[in-house]
Design a protein around this ligand. Structure first.
Ligand SMILES: [Zn+2]
Length: 433
């Protein structure tokens, strides 16, 4: 590893400015107290579903920090919050960073929160060091990124970029208590006045996030340079056959949905191996009805989660699975009803932004690896309206959406320093002398 002390690269300002990791960790810990939940093994995570009282309290805390830093705070009509630090040429389009502060029901302390709080830390670092770049810098947190309470996920950023009409979003009902999203925004005081989609979009967007997977830790790499987000295909299959006695029904006379489900589970696993590369395929849910030891099931409901960074290959996977489902269903004499639950094409981030993240991390002396994201992020929505990229830091044991989610302070610090210098480089673009 090269030393960071003697860096002379052009994109680092004099004095080698760095974030204050203790300040960043203190904010992460304070935010994690809101909706905190304890795991059986001493793990401490968060349950902060979108637009609940806990989410409101967390929003209030972060907005308070933004206010303390002197940021201009704006809220849009779907509850996305933007805190802006004015540059010396505020007529230029802003550089935006940020993520989300909602969590899943058994979420961690870092997912989303890191990207928002590291953005604040970047701004505080610039203020403390008396650095005012040309462009204003905006830290955003987007509504309902997790989609755990209101579907789809990444809803706030999707509406912000114009991918979903505002009225449709406001009418989405919560899966738990059936409250309307628009009513919940009003209730917690975050139905803002900025229009959706945004009236203008950022110059550039960059998001720092935990990897949420095991690759960086496994390979002992410090910074993940994210090239894009995998395409996602979610399908539900309801397989209907003939319920019958497990002892008296000869094998040749069965129409067994459980057997067909099992064949599909095996097939998608083999298919992913055969296609290789980034292909992953998972059956995450199997429900048999009536689910009894001595009864051939009447129906089986399964879900397929199929992902690839390459759209043509993802389509090949979808087609081959559909063909196999049709084949085994016909052979067993069962019916299959297929429903698409979600379908997002792969997202490729901007090549120049990817290079900037990579070069900045290298200049700081950190080891890097290019990778794609297996999870969805707000950045993939922003990529529709401006050049975008992401920075990943390692997740201990690859765990996320888990109370035990953890990233070591040294890793948080490296990620925040990359974010700092990427933002600084971007905020100086087109600066007039
Ligand atoms: Zn996240």
């Amino acid at each position: 590893m090269t030393s960071v002390g003697n860096t002379s690269a052009a994109n680092l300002p004099p004095g080698d400015v760095r974030v204050d990791i203790d300040r960043l960790v203190a904010r992460i810990e304070a935010l994690a107290e809101i909706g905190a939940v304890e795991g059986p093994d001493g793990a401490r995570g968060c349950a902060r579903l979108a637009l609940t009282d806990a989410d409101r309290d967390a929003r209030d805390l972060v907005v308070g920090w933004m206010t303390d830093l002197g940021l201009d705070i704006e809220v849009d009509a779907v509850g996305n919050v933007f805190g802006t630090c004015r540059g010396s040429q505020p007529e230029l389009a802003v550089v935006m960073t940020g993520s989300h502060i909602d969590t899943v029901r058994t979420g961690g302390r870092f997912d989303g929160n890191l990207g928002v709080l590291a953005g604040l830390e970047v701004i505080e670092t610039l203020i403390t060091n008396d650095i005012t770049p040309a462009r204003s810098i905006t830290v955003a947190f987007f509504t309902d990124e997790e989609g755990a309470r209101f579907a789809p996920d990444m809803l706030g950023s999707l509406v912000y970029v114009g991918g979903m009409p505002l009225e449709q979003a406001l009418d989405v009902e919560a899966v738990d208590d059936h409250q309307r999203l628009g009513d919940e925004l009003l209730r917690i005081g975050y139905a803002g006045t900025l229009p959706c989609p945004g009236a203008s979009f950022p110059h550039r967007f960059v998001e720092l996030h935990i990897e949420q997977g095991p690759i960086l830790e496994d390979e002992a790499i410090e910074i993940g340079v994210v090239e894009g987000v995998q395409g996602i295909s979610w399908t539900q299959l309801v397989i209907s056959g003939q319920s019958a006695h497990a002892g008296t029904t000869p094998m040749r006379l069965r129409h067994d949905p459980g057997y067909v489900a099992a064949e599909i589970v095996g097939f998608v696993r083999r298919l992913a191996g055969e296609l290789g590369g980034d292909q992953v395929a998972t059956v995450g849910r199997i429900e048999l009805d009536p689910n009894l030891v001595n009864v051939i099931p009447r129906s089986a409901t399964i879900t397929l989660d199929v992902r690839n960074t390459d759209e043509p290959t993802l389509q090949v996977a979808e087609r081959r699975i559909a063909d196999e489902v049709a084949r085994v269903a016909a052979a067993e004499g069962v019916r299959v009803e297929s429903t698409t639950l979600a379908r997002f094409e792969p997202v490729n981030f901007d090549p120049a932004m990817i290079d900037l993240v990579e070069q900045t991390a290298s200049t700081l002396g950190y080891s890097t690896r290019r990778m794609s994201s297996g999870a969805g992020h707000d950045a993939q929505m922003l990529a529709r309206v401006c050049p975008t990229s992401m920075i990943f830091v390692p997740s201990a044991n690859g765990l996320s959406h888990n109370l035990a989610e953890f990233t070591a302070p040294a890793d948080l610090e490296r990620g925040a320093n990359v974010l700092l210098h990427v933002i600084l480089a971007l905020a100086r673009q087109n600066e007039s002398a």
